[in-house]
Design a protein. Structure first.
Length: 87
């Protein structure tokens, strides 16, 4: 959704993934001040990315685990079903 870009997604421990956008360089300080790393409210707050109407009807395939796992970690790969077909 180009109209939301650049969009920042944050994985929080209690609120799940939270999106903010469109984010401008001038928003950075106020994002940190609002506690965006823990899902704090900010004027750019969009809520859960999968609840945003543009994304709600989409199924993420290629980037489903983008930002969720470390692509260089074999343990993360296995924990998310990698190598299952070989077992």
């Amino acid at each position: 959704a180009y109209f939301l870009e650049p969009m920042v997604e944050v994985a929080t421990t209690d609120k799940g993934r939270v999106a903010y956008g469109p984010v401008k360089p001038s928003d950075v300080k106020s994002l940190f001040d609002s506690g965006f790393l823990t899902g704090g409210h900010h004027k750019r707050w969009l809520g859960a990315p999968d609840k945003i109407p543009f994304f709600a009807r989409q199924t993420r395939l290629t980037f489903a685990r983008c930002g969720v796992i470390n692509p260089l970690s074999l343990d993360h790969y296995k924990a998310h079903g990698g190598l299952k077909g070989l077992q």
